[in-house]
Design a protein around this ligand. Structure first.
Ligand code: DAH
Length: 348
């Protein structure tokens, strides 16, 4: 490139623009740029020469040098854009690229069926004035057992049924909670009666797993504390719950059930929503066992700091995992937490 020989900046610009237009790659552009625009390049030299010109020529010479600079910059930018587009076009026309194919779609997630049912029930209970509570999954022995009136020799307290942590905390055993019931006592400590609360969450048991037993599953605890709360209120609340779940009125029955933290305690059965004469879901009995519940034992109220002479309460322990299985006809509880997308995608 013979840029030195030009004294006329306009002619020089025309020559360089032509070279830029003909450049085939970035290296060629960069070479021109270096010689014309970099420190010590043509433009810099033209500008440096201005002060030594006769006074009258200086403005025009300065302007010409700046015009040269701007003209080159524009030409270089245009050329670089041209090279970029050419590269893209080359890539697009390379073998194997089919621009008519639809773009890959991002994979869309969906709610886990347990979460979906949990949220639905939370909405239902919130509409009835309940608050939704959370409790720790690693729980003190006190809350999981002792405060719930579960005696030391109860089978659930055996190490073979419960996951127990090796460390003690303040001299107490820590366990993976075996049910959501400990949240009852935590709620009593926190909330001023009267109140209504539910506490959904994971629970853990040391089980030999099979289609209906899993070491981790979901429950939803309910607790209503008030003045003169009775079994009648309990039955009313459970009927509303069942109506919410199954979308219609189901007959129910109460059978006595023993849980140390309620007195009286019940197993609440609902008429099988899937048949009238017995099916595999209700094991031919036409009843499904769904809701253990009862009137909260005075010892439990006392453990939670509530005076059993002033307040009464009912509680229930809905088997959330079991309910999800019933609702969607899932035949093996292990599907729920296996994380297999072939299972989960069916709920999308
Ligand atoms: N916590 C019990 C369990 O996991 C279920 C239960 C029974 C909860 C009766 C309650 C209740 O609140 O009143 O087996």
């Amino acid at each position: 490139m013979s840029v030195e020989s030009h004294s006329d900046p306009q002619a020089l610009l025309a020559q360089l623009v032509a070279q830029i237009g003909a450049a085939q790659d970035e290296a060629a552009l960069r070479a021109i740029e270096r010689e014309a625009l970099d420190k010590g390049g043509v433009v810099a030299r033209l500008l440096a020469a201005v002060p030594s010109l006769p006074r009258a020529e200086r403005p025009a010479a300065g302007r010409a040098a700046n015009e040269l600079k701007r003209g080159l910059e524009t030409a270089l930018a245009t050329a670089r854009e041209r090279l970029r587009e050419a590269a893209l076009a080359a890539e697009r026309s390379a073998a194997g690229f089919d621009p008519t194919l639809p773009a890959p779609r991002p994979r869309r997630g969906s709610l886990h069926p347990v979460v979906a049912v949990q949220r639905e029930l939370e909405d239902l209970f919130i509409s009835m004035g309940y608050v939704v509570l959370d409790g720790p999954e690693v729980e003190l022995d006190w809350y999981n057992f002792e405060a719930l009136n579960i005696p030391a020799d109860h089978p659930a307290r055996d190490m073979t049924d419960t996951f127990v942590c090796r460390e003690l905390v303040a001299g107490q055993r820590l366990v993976l909670r075996t049910h959501t019931s400990p949240v009852q006592v935590r709620a009593m400590e926190r909330l001023e009666p009267p109140f209504r609360a539910i506490a959904p969450g994971k629970v853990f048991r040391q089980e030999t797993t099979d289609a209906s037993h899993e070491h981790t599953f979901h429950q939803m605890e309910g607790l209503v504390v008030g003045q003169d709360v009775s079994v009648g209120h309990l039955v009313g609340a459970m009927k509303t719950l069942l109506r919410g779940i199954f979308g219609r009125e189901l007959d129910i029955r109460l059978r006595p059930g023993y849980f140390p933290f309620v007195e009286p305690g019940f197993e609440l059965d609902a008429r099988c929503p899937f048949c009238s004469q017995g099916c595999s879901v209700c094991k031919r009995s036409t009843w499904i066992e769904l809701l253990p519940c009862g009137m909260v034992h005075p010892n439990v109220l006392r453990a939670g700091g509530i005076d059993p002479e002033r307040w009464t309460a009912f509680a229930f322990g809905l088997g959330l995992s079991r309910l999800v299985m019933l609702r969607y006809r899932v035949d093996d509880i292990r599907h729920l937490l296996a994380g297999d997308l072939r299972f989960l995608e069916q709920f999308a």
